[in-house]
Design a binder for this molecule. Structure first.
Ligand code: FDA
Length: 410
């Protein structure tokens, strides 16, 4: 068999290699879950990670409380070129299974809006649960281990690392994606996929703030820190969640959700008054001759209303006489409030993105076992795959479910 190498071999002083049934690259959410599952199946499992500590993303996620799953999960909550791919693993390991696991360990948790479950105390409690499961299952975890070379010969994978040479029959790539390089995120998983001839779908930042240039950046900067409950639409998907003005543009859950569907050069559309019959209310204002500004302040913060009326004066009047505005103008103004169309200049990039869209093409792996179809013994799980969840615990649930499905198949 040919020797596949993704880097040139460094001088290796180790003459002997250590064999394990299964080696998992990445001690993150999916890797630890997979490791414990395979360990309980009686497999000798070694997890290798170059970071100083396991599961750095769990530790900081959800503002330190980790939104670890959601009560309402379906394939609709995921973006993947094959929309059916996630169904098998998610149905075999639903959120109720993960909740059962954390309850067994006595984790205190709480349900917040839109079915999101968070740790009540610290996200590190969840890491402890995963580490305990790995200990009970006899899994070894080796951190500060840099992978230098990978080769495949005679049915065995050989990894040359900063901690020695390791061999295994089954190699699981759980090394995550490109978001948050400061937490040791790398594209190693994509390199390994390409090394073995697997297709990788182009990546881009997801669940990420959107940046604006020129006058809109200045305008949003002036409102920085202000949040609004609105509906945001991008690429045909709408989300009724809050947005936040920042110095560089827009953020907040509604924007992060929409960013997954936004493409460069396309607009986002914000409905500032969702669930309101805006035109009917404007007609009523006209009848009463009431103040547009006061009406807007019933639904939006005063700072926003002041700015809005400067940006979009009705009939060019900052304080229009409502009684004299035509119905057509009112309809047009209502449309403006409900379809505020904005053109972001860019996203805030991988450094600020919670996830990475794209990744290893799911057509290349089995949806049951996660083994590569054209490379026996090589598996890909978690975020390295072309599977991205919405905001709300969906990405961790994918990590748990793909980790368990793969672990059972090893
Ligand atoms: P993960 O990234 O967890 O693990 C990959 C592991 O591989 C890491 O330990 C890394 O060090 C290691 N690795 C990478 N390159 C390597 C290399 N070259 N050599 C050796 N090891 C390597 N999701 C959610 O559902 N709810 C939430 O609340 C949040 N919150 C959140 C906040 C922030 C700031 C971020 C950045 C992300 C989230 N997420 C989230 C997303 C969630 O963290 C993510 O989807 C999962 O951690 C993905 O799990 P994986 O196991 O695939 O990768």
């Amino acid at each position: 068999m040919p020797d596949h190498s993704f880097t040139s071999p460094s001088s290796n002083t180790y003459s002997e290699s250590t064999f394990r049934d299964v080696i998992i690259i990445g001690a993150g959410a999916s890797g630890l879950m997979c490791a414990a599952t395979a360990g309980y199946q009686g497999k000798q499992v070694l997890v290798l990670d170059h970071a100083p500590k396991a599961a750095a993303k769990i530790r900081i996620s959800g503002g330190g409380k980790c939104n670890f799953t959601n009560m309402d999960i379906s394939s609709e909550n995921y973006i993947c070129q094959n929309p059916h791919f996630v169904k098998s693993a998610l149905s075999r390991y639903p959120s109720s299974a993960f909740i059962e696991l954390v309850e067994r360990h006595g984790l205190a948790y709480e349900q917040r809006e839109l079915g999101k479950l968070f740790c009540s105390e610290r996200a590190s409690d969840l890491i402890q649960i995963l580490r305990t499961e790995c200990d009970w299952a006899g899994v070894e975890v080796q951190t500060r281990c840099a992978i230098q070379q990978l080769s495949y010969e005679d049915g065995l994978y050989r990894l040359t690392t900063s901690q020695g040479v390791f061999q295994c029959a089954k190699l699981v790539v759980a090394s995550g994606a490109l978001s948050f390089a400061k937490l040791k995120a790398t594209g190693l998983g994509y390199d390994i996929a390409r090394q073995f001839g697997l297709n990788v779908i182009e990546t881009r930042p997801g669940l990420v703030p959107l940046s604006f240039a020129g006058r809109w950046q200045k305008r949003f900067g002036e409102l920085s820190g202000l949040a609004l409950d609105v509906s945001v639409t991008a690429g045909g998907r709408s989300f009724n969640e809050a947005i936040l003005f920042t110095h560089t543009g827009l953020s907040g859950p509604g924007i992060l959700q929409a960013s997954n569907y936004w493409q460069a050069g396309e607009p986002i559309v914000i409905n500032l008054l969702p669930k309101k019959d805006v035109f009917a209310e404007l007609l009523a204002l006209k009848k009463q001759g009431a103040s547009l500004s006061k009406w807007l302040q019933r639904y939006l913060p005063k700072r926003m209303v002041q700015q809005w009326l400067e940006w979009y004066p009705l009939n060019d009047q900052p304080q229009p006489d409502m009684a004299n505005i035509s119905d057509d103008s009112l309809r047009h103004y209502g449309e403006q409030l409900m379809n505020w169309t904005l053109y972001p200049s860019d996203t805030a990039g991988y450094d600020k993105a919670e996830v990475t869209l794209g990744g290893v093409d799911t057509d290349e792996v089995s949806q049951k076992s996660f083994e590569a179809k054209k490379q026996p013994g090589l598996y890909f799980i978690g975020e390295v795959l072309d599977v991205t969840g919405h905001l709300g615990g969906y990405n961790f649930q994918w990590a748990w479910a793909s980790g368990v499905a793969c672990g059972l198949a090893l």
